[in-house]
Structure formats: C-alpha cells, structure tokens
Design a protein around this ligand. Structure first.
Ligand SMILES: [Fe+2]
Length: 326
C-alpha cells in the first residue's frame, strides 16, 4: 500500500476490530516477517506472492470456518457465564462488563491477542464456580458469613478452575480464574500469592471485577462514578491491587469514560423493554410459575418468548430490569 505497510495496517485492524480474521499476503518469504506478522498482527495465515488462486480460495474458506467456530465458542462461554450469573447475586451482565474491561486493560498493556483472549474468557467465567455455592451463602454480605460459609464461598475459585479446565483451549484462563481473589499484598486466596507471582490475567481481572462492583453497586444510590471508583481502588484498597495496572486503568478512563457502562434498576411495562436490558427480578405468571429468571439478558428471542406468554397467559404487568445509564 502507498501510505502504510501491510503489517501496520493489520496491527491497526487487530486493535480496532480484534474479532476479524487477518490474512497477510506478502512479497517477502522471510521467516522473521512471518513471525512478526503472527505476533504483532495476530494473522491467521501468511501467504507469499506470487499467489495461487486456488490456495487463496481455500484459505478464505477456512478463515470463514475458523471465524464461525470461534464465534460459536465465545457464544458458548457467554451462555455458560450467563447461567452462572442467574445463580449469583451480581448485578445483571457483571461478568460481560468485567470481560470487556479486562480485555481493554490487556490491550492497553499491549499483550498478545492470544493472551487478551484468555483474559477475556477467564473474566467472563471468573465466578462460574459460584454455581456450586448455595444461594443462601451468595445472598449474604461477605462480612456476615460464618467461618464454614466463608470457606464454602472461597471454594468457588477452585470450582471455577475445574469447570474452565473442562473447556478445550482454556487452561491458561483456568489458571487465572483460580487466582482471581489473590491480593497484591499476599492476603488473598486460595494460595496467598503476592505481587508478580499472581498471574497477570488474574491481577487484571480482580481490578476490573472490583471496579465494576463499585460503579454498578446493587443499590444505585451507592454506586460510584468511574473516576471515583478508580480513586477508591488507588486509595483505601491500594495494597490489594497491582499499582501499574491501576495506573493503566486510570489512564484509560481519562479518555474513555463514556465507554464504561453503569446500570440502574427500573420498572417498565412490557412494551417499553429494549434489547440489552437484563432482568433484575424473576418474571412469573400470576400463579407463580417462572417464565424467565433474574439475570436473563433481553435479546430478540427472550423478548419474543415474553410476548408469546403475554398473549397466552396472564402475567404481571410490569418488569424490573437493569438499564445502562451511560
Ligand atoms: Fe470471585
């Protein structure tokens, strides 16, 4: 290209649209160029000129298949994460927000695409182990749990690691899940790791997790703005977190605050529901039969399902949802 090297273009494409499958066609059959392209641009295939039409066709076909497979894999992990959230006390879509923010921090740190992907998946599933913890424990504030209950709660990191290990290609993410409650000063769990001994992905996820809980507090009036939340983490909680990652988050927020979603709970009539809202309470028929549980993300399918129910059976007239306010 006249104004930009192909590898620079692909590197920018990777930053702007990480989900794209990138293929490099180059005149140089040089091994170092290939290694650079794979590392810096995350290319799927490296082809050299002069090209063979058939080879290009096959490569494009495989790239499309690869992209579809990857999308299917990510959707499955998201579904698993949403199922986990139905059982937890988190405010709607918490894991997805933590995953998005963790990926952004990883990108700001210029980590490889593979590492960004593992961190995003680990963040999506960081609390999946809570499906093995009784609701009676999850519903209590942590400070009010007795020793037995606290020990059961803490086991969610080990259960989460086991679940992630059952998913192909997520062994690195599983390791990050195990350590997402370690603290920088060594007072966390399960292994009391400190500073750099804690996997980098876990250090990122714990910051994104704590940050999201502050800006999306269950009682909206107690929620902090993104700027106040990061100041809180850098102030009274600073010994728990990696200071370099907190600096990266603060720098990121100073330019991208409008991208940080905050949510609040509202009660709406059915015809006012919008895509992307998350149920904050179960929807039931007047006979108390569950139609959709708390935590369900409203997409085209769930809204259609609700409309069908409204037409065929009497249900409550209004729905409580979490709605993004930024
Ligand atoms: Fe957790």
């Amino acid at each position: 290209m006249p104004d930009m090297e192909g590898t620079v273009f692909l590197e920018k494409a990777r930053q702007i649209a990480p989900d794209t499958v990138r293929i490099l066609l180059t005149g140089y059959a040089d091994m170092q160029a290939a290694i650079d392209a794979i590392n810096r641009c995350g290319v799927y295939r490296f082809l050299t000129k002069p090209w063979n039409d058939e080879e290009i066709k096959v490569t494009l076909k495989r790239a499309i298949e690869f992209s579809e497979l990857e999308k299917g894999f990510v959707s499955t992990v998201r579904l698993l994460s949403q199922m986990g959230e139905m059982h937890s006390a988190h405010i709607g879509n918490h894991s997805k927000r933590v995953a998005d923010l963790s990926r952004k921090i990883a990108q700001e740190l210029k980590l490889s695409e593979d590492m960004c992907f593992q961190i995003e998946m680990a963040a999506m599933l960081h609390d999946i182990g809570k499906i093995a913890v009784p609701s009676s424990i999850l519903e209590k504030e942590e400070s009010k749990l007795n020793d037995v209950e606290l020990s059961q709660l803490k086991k969610h990191v080990l259960q989460g690691e086991l679940i992630a290990l059952m998913i192909p290609n997520l062994s690195e993410a599983a390791h990050m899940i195990r350590h997402h409650h370690e603290k920088f000063d060594g007072t966390g769990y399960p292994d009391k790791l400190r500073t750099d001994a804690i996997p980098l992905g876990s250090r990122i996820i714990t910051i994104a997790d704590s940050f999201d809980k502050l800006v999306n507090h269950k009682n909206h009036h107690e929620a902090l703005s993104p700027a106040k939340a990061v100041d809180f983490l850098m102030g009274s909680r600073k010994e728990y977190f990696d200071p370099e990652i907190l600096k990266v988050l603060k720098g990121y927020l100073s330019t991208k605050t409008s991208e940080i979603p905050q949510t609040h709970e509202v009660t709406l009539a059915f015809d006012k529901l919008e895509l992307g809202m998350v149920l904050s309470k179960d929807i039931k028929t007047i006979n108390d039969l569950l139609i959709l549980p708390q935590g369900t993300l409203l997409n085209e399918k769930t809204i259609l399902l609700l409309k069908k129910y409204i037409e065929s059976a009497p249900v409550v007239k209004e729905v409580s949802v979490f709605r993004s306010v930024i």
